[in-house]
Design a protein around this ligand. Structure first.
Ligand code: ADP
Ligand code: MG
Length: 253
């Protein structure tokens, strides 16, 4: 999609768990070529919102639109087919498998074939295409030198980048990242930010859920702040940073 196109839109997305309102009428728009951040204290409803907008779970009310299509009630594989790819809060790699194999999993998802079937090389032409795509994404993410390394033996910062490469291998228009900077060292955060900046300039729409304020302030075009499931602020990093309600939420005030 062309830069500026709305790729993902949440309209009044609400999620209740019994009496608890985990997301309360959340509005949010992601455009191609921008990085939007969703921040908020623990328990604010960030992961819940991610589940709503990636089809992992259904909103109690409200609507999610992906590439202009209403997604209510659709399974997560249809979100993926329309160009949405996500990472999870905790690293989900096949640790004993190589970086190449892990990234190839993402390309298989696009090919809509079972991972195991393709690993068994039941279809050599498809296997070659999948591996070529995986290598292309590893190159894009600076992982080419690690193709044969077992994923688990990489540092956490590089494992996160492997997850991003795997997500990119499905050729998404929208990338959702759940706390990609969590637990990373300073230099690893810088490398991650550089990669995300590069992906943005290549036209990807990126929504990042993040706990690390400094990381987000330096990276995002716009920020939406959640507290107890409700949007309490949105705007540029400068606008959000100076917002008293945001400061109070973070200081527990
Ligand atoms: P965050 O990711 O911002 O830390 P979550 O979305 O994980 O927040 O959680 C928001 C709120 O919803 C929390 O109070 C949490 O306990 C609750 N919650 C999340 N998932 C469930 C669930 N499956 N069942 C019941 N409550 C849940
Ligand atoms: Mg979370």
């Amino acid at each position: 999609p062309a830069r500026g196109t709305v790729v993902l839109q949440a309209h009044q997305v609400t999620k209740r768990f019994g009496g608890l309102i985990a997301n309360n009428a959340v509005d949010l728009t992601v455009r191609a070529g921008e990085i939007l951040a969703l921040i908020g204290p623990n328990g604010a409803g960030k992961s819940t919102f991610f589940n709503m907008i990636s089809g992992v779970d259904d909103p109690t009310a409200g609507e999610v639109r992906l590439m202009g299509q209403a997604m209510t009630g659709k399974p997560s594989r249809e979100f993926a087919a329309l160009g949405l790819s996500r990472s999870f809060q905790h690293v989900r790699l096949l640790g004993q498998r190589t970086v190449l194999e892990n990234v190839a999993v993402g390309a298989h998802r696009r090919a809509q074939r079972g991972w195991l079937a393709s690993m068994l090389r039941q279809d050599r032409a498809e296997e070659a295409a999948v591996l070529a795509e995986a290598r292309r994404q590893m190159e894009r993410c600076g992982l080419a030198a690690h193709a044969g390394t077992p994923a688990a033996s990489l540092a956490l910062g590089q494992q996160r980048i492997v997850e991003i490469a795997r997500a990119l291998a499905s050729q998404p228009a929208v990338l959702l990242l759940d706390e990609p900077a969590a637990g990373l060292r300073h230099l690893e955060k810088q490398a991650l930010a550089k990669l995300l900046d590069q992906l943005r300039s290549q036209g990807l729409g990126i929504l990042v859920v993040e706990h690390d304020m400094e990381f987000v302030m330096n990276l995002a075009d716009r920020i939406t702040v959640l507290e107890f499931g409700t949007v309490i602020a949105e705007g540029t990093p400068a606008e959000v940073q100076g917002n008293q309600r945001v400061l109070d939420a973070y200081l527990g005030g």
